[in-house]
Design a protein around this ligand. Structure first.
Ligand SMILES: Nc1ncnc2c1ncn2[C@@H]1O[C@H](COP(=O)(O)OP(=O)(O)OP(=O)(O)O)[C@@H](O)[C@H]1O
Ligand code: SF4
Ligand SMILES: [Mg+2]
Length: 354
């Protein structure tokens, strides 16, 4: 018997945003440059599974989410959904597939049209699906609102009449109304206070248990990832540097960048930190990413090989299930994140989008 494919499989996905060439650059025949936002990402998400996606600002998390939901066309690579290549799907097949993957956007305020009432915001996608009466849309939204913890009688309110948590729930209802299988949750709780964050995460987890949804949970909140994810992938400058079971990666990170992320979190006893491995140096630009390991300019364990040869994701025998892109993974695996010192990063500017 052959095993069924994962719900989502992404193979070597690339998304580059080309930048405009100035006239002088054009005359000099300089090639068109691009922001390498996502650069060769491969991952899977199983049915009923949550994959957390973490990494500092600008590492490409949102871009990856948008490419997976096909809101951006990939520059290259494949997206397989249920084993079927949707990168090449068009017309009716693409339309039918779109329902199965939904996204909750990073900015709930900007993504909700302020002129629409709650039932129109949530029911918008139903109108696009097939001919359906206004009364039917209202009925479907009325039934959906309690699922996300909103009172059904708020059907006629405008987005600005909701609290931050209420708007986030509206975004969630809008994604759920099409009964998708995979939901990309882009910072679903970042703008909310801690109590409301917990309510929304609890709701997401119970919906997953009831309905078998798969999630990609994009967030800076490591506690949220620990609570709500099964596996976690760590992104740095457009690449995945470590992926594995959530507890293993967060408690015994192998990649020096993952260690630095964990080290930057508050710890109960700050005296346990010893000043041994200092993360310093500039973050390279995504327009001309350096050859070799992209973390080399900040890594305390860098060796000559790191600057010329790009490390590939590979399994580390002592950490089964964890895959790490680091030439020195075996040597650095047991170094505690608490020994890392992480000052705020210095970034070299990435040019504004064209
Ligand atoms: N439409 C675009 N055109 C050009 N560059 C873009 C575009 N969208 C994103 N980028 C660039 O791609 C890189 C990755 O951005 P992205 O928003 O995916 O990062 P992120 O990890 O989601 O960051 P954050 O945590 O701040 O949300 C950044 O350098 C960003 O400036
Ligand atoms: S490959 Fe080298 S530079 Fe990159 S994380 Fe590993 S040790 Fe550091
Ligand atoms: Mg983002």
């Amino acid at each position: 018997m052959t095993a069924s494919p994962p719900l989502l499989e992404v193979r070597d996905l690339v998304k580059h945003f080309p930048l405009n060439r100035g006239f002088a650059e054009y005359l000099r025949g300089e090639p068109i440059r691009a922001v390498h936002a996502v650069d060769g990402v491969s991952l899977t998400v199983g049915r009923g599974e949550t994959l957390g996606l973490i990494g500092e600002s600008g590492s490409g998390k949102t871009t990856l989410g948008w490419v997976i939901a096909k809101l951006h066309e990939p520059s290259s690579g494949q997206i397989l959904f249920d084993g079927i290549d949707v990168t090449v799907a068009q017309g009716a097949r693409l339309k039918a597939w779109r329902r199965r993957v939904q996204i909750v956007f990073q900015d709930p305020v900007g993504s909700l049209d302020p002129r629409l009432r709650a039932w129109q915001v949530v029911g918008e996608a139903l109108q696009g699906q097939r001919r359906i009466s206004r009364a039917e849309i209202r009925r479907r939204v009325f039934e959906m609102l309690p699922t996300v913890g909103l009172p059904p009688d708020c059907l006629d309110q405008y987005p600005h009449e909701f609290s931050g948590g209420g708007r986030q729930r509206l975004s969630l209802a809008r994604a759920l109304i099409l009964q998708p299988e995979l939901i990309v949750l882009d910072e679903p709780t970042s703008a909310l206070d801690v109590a409301v964050q917990a309510q929304i995460l609890n709701r997401l987890v119970s919906l997953q248990r009831e309905r078998g949804y798969s999630y990609i949970l994009i967030t800076h909140n490591v506690a949220a990832v620990r609570y709500a994810s099964h596996r976690v992938a760590v992104m740095y400058l457009g690449e995945i540097v470590e992926v594995g079971p959530v507890r293993a990666v967060l408690e015994k990170p192998v990649h020096p960048y993952t260690k630095a992320l964990i080290a930057a979190l508050p710890v109960p006893d700050a005296r346990r930190r010893r000043t041994r491995y200092r993360i310093s140096g500039e973050i390279p630009t995504l327009v001309r990413p350096p050859p070799g390991c992209r973390f080399a300019s900040r890594c305390p364990f860098v060796i000559d090989r790191c600057r010329v040869e790009s490390p590939k994701l590979r399994e580390i025998p002592a950490h089964p299930g964890q895959r790490v892109a680091c030439h020195r993974a075996e040597e650095v695996a047991d170094i505690s994140p608490l020994t890392m010192v992480v000052p705020p990063p210095v970034s070299s500017a990435t040019p504004a989008p064209a």
